[in-house]
Design a protein around this ligand. Structure first.
Ligand SMILES: Nc1ncnc2c1ncn2[C@@H]1O[C@H](COP(=O)(O)OP(=O)(O)OP(=O)(O)O)[C@@H](O)[C@H]1O
Ligand SMILES: [Mg+2]
Length: 367
């Protein structure tokens, strides 16, 4: 049992409150990603879990055990940082063996543990190398090996891939996901890369200014973001936000967008009245070419061809910028104007408070 429970965790530095009342329940064996913009408190939260910083208030359990007051070494965790800090004068073997030597483990046990970790991480052929003779990805794997041999209950990663180039990042992302499948140990992984969050996580915690905006599976965050912030953070390219005005609240919300197009969105109208300013959220991949009677007119500014997909960058009548994503093989006009349509059930509607209005189907299901 090595789940984690964070109960009303707060952290202040002097008078600056950095984390506000964070409560999370992380399951045994889960891969949880903390994601959010720079300075939102991701590393601080990880350090509190590791015991490298003390909580200001709140309670922390690992594997059902209260660890709030315990030293880092007594918490059963291993942490891997962005800067992997290997010992340059030691071989890969000795770097990985380091924590076990500190614990004065028997020699043959150390050898077995290091060889097993090296095999898992595909480092067997590099055990006699010094870090200077390794690539960035290999060095990061040595740092992970040093964490693995400690056989922790929970792995904590703080942006371990951010020093690597894009190609290596993509490769290491897959390797870390595979490592999790092999070890089945609880992992908490900090990043500000939403692609890493989407692809690696069982569940994602979106943090903003020290507050949890949403905790859910990648697809929950993608399909049903609770706030405009989460909606804008998850998805690549990001969601389009179209300024709109409420013109009806019967059986959903009817909103008028640029050029006078009226769209009825099947979401709860609670708290909204005609005349209110709202935003329609539509993902680029949910837009398609439509006839003039159904779609909104967009002036084509640029087409980006990525191969598999083409991105149309356009401008609406009110100068709102919009991105639509098409299959790379689709015929897409290179200039002039197009009409873009979408299925209203795929759209989100955000009130003036930035909260997404719940879909009517979900409201009905609750009653
Ligand atoms: N030791 C400290 N003393 C005072 N303030 C701190 C300290 N450590 C962090 N902070 C503040 O806490 C906030 C959160 O910092 P943190 O390092 O957790 O952010 P982060 O989400 O990890 O950002 P990044 O993505 O840039 O790594 C920041 O405003 C930072 O200035
Ligand atoms: Mg950080």
């Amino acid at each position: 049992m090595s789940g984690l429970t964070l109960d009303a965790i707060c952290k202040s530095y002097g008078s600056a409150k950095v984390l506000h009342d964070i409560s999370l329940s992380i399951e045994d064996g889960e891969f949880v990603v903390f994601v959010g913009p720079s300075g939102c408190g991701k590393s601080t939260l990880l350090k509190l879990i590791a015991g490298l910083e003390d909580v200001t208030s709140g309670r922390l359990e690992i594997g059902g055990r209260d660890v709030t007051g315990l030293e880092p070494v007594d918490r059963g965790i291993a942490m891997v940082f962005q800067s992997y800090a290997l010992y340059p004068h030691l071989t890969v073997f000795d770097n990985i063996a380091f924590p076990l030597r500190l614990q004065k483990r028997p020699k043959d046990e150390i050898k077995r543990a290091v060889e097993k970790a090296a095999e898992t991480l595909d480092l067997t052929a590099r055990l006699t190398y010094k870090p200077g003779a390794l690539s960035g990805g290999q060095r990061q794997r040595v740092a992970i090996g040093r964490a693995i041999v400690r056989n922790p209950q929970v792995f904590l990663f703080d942006e371990p891939l951010s020093n690597l180039d894009a190609a290596l990042r993509g490769q290491m992302r897959v390797e870390l996901s595979e490592l999790h499948q092999t070890l089945k140990t609880t992992m908490i992984y900090v990043t500000h890369d939403q692609v890493e969050a989407m692809t690696m996580a069982d569940r994602i915690v979106v943090l903003r200014d020290g507050v949890v905006e949403q905790f859910g599976t990648p697809m929950q965050l993608y399909r049903r973001p609770r706030t405009r912030f989460v909606a804008g953070f998850i998805g690549q390219p990001g969601m389009n936000f179209l300024p709109a005005r409420v013109v009806g609240t019967e059986g959903g919300v009817t909103a008028e967008i640029a050029g006078g197009t009226r769209i009825s969105i099947p979401v709860a109208a609670e708290g909204l009245a005609s005349g209110d300013t709202v935003e329609l959220g539509v993902r680029p991949e949910f837009l398609s070419l439509a006839g003039p009677e159904r779609g909104m007119e967009a002036h084509v500014r640029l087409i980006e061809r990525l191969g598999g997909v083409s991105l149309l960058h356009g401008t609406l009548a009110d100068r709102t910028r919009i991105i639509a994503s098409f299959d790379g093989l689709d015929e897409v006009p290179e200039s002039g104007s197009v009409h873009l349509g979408f299925d209203p059930a795929q759209a989100q509607l955000f009130g003036p408070d930035g909260l997404a209005k719940p879909p009517l189907a979900a409201v009905g299901a609750r009653q």
